[in-house]
Write a protein that binds this ligand. Structure first.
Ligand code: SF4
Length: 128
């Protein structure tokens, strides 16, 4: 059992990922409706807070638990938080890549690592 099993029930994983990563940050209406009915919204919100920590608004991407990058940045505490490590981090990277709509840089920000690490983890999966 992984710390990320809740993602299997995420409604965003069952629809168009672009809804959660629109080019115009003001166009989250449809994604917000999905988040409002998502059975794992609480886990999603806790996860976003943990992996994003206190990074700036510019380093936050997409809608998580119905919250925009701007709203999450505003809610973040000043206390830095650590991202997951080892297998948990790799699992998160793979799930975010499968979810779609995020660049390696954005996945790296969410997972607390570099885009190069993201690419290494995904390449390892492809070779397996
Ligand atoms: S609450 Fe989180 S997991 Fe659920 S649809 Fe929204 S972004 Fe996805």
């Amino acid at each position: 059992m992984s710390a990320f099993d809740w993602m299997d029930e995420a409604l965003c994983a069952q629809t168009d990922p672009d809804l959660f990563h629109p080019e115009d940050n003001n166009r989250y209406a449809t994604a917000r409706k999905l988040c409002a009915t998502c059975p794992v919204r609480t886990q999603c919100e806790e996860h976003a807070a943990r992996v994003e920590g206190d990074v700036s608004r510019e380093r936050r991407h997409g809608l998580w638990a119905g919250h925009t990058p701007y709203a999450r940045a505003r809610q973040a505490t000043a206390e830095p938080q650590e991202g997951p490590e080892g297998d948990d981090r790799d699992s998160l990277i793979r799930r975010l890549a499968e979810r779609g709509g995020m660049t390696p840089e954005q996945i790296g920000t969410a997972a607390g690592c570099t885009a190069r690490t993201v690419q290494r983890v995904l390449a390892r999966k492809a070779a397996a």
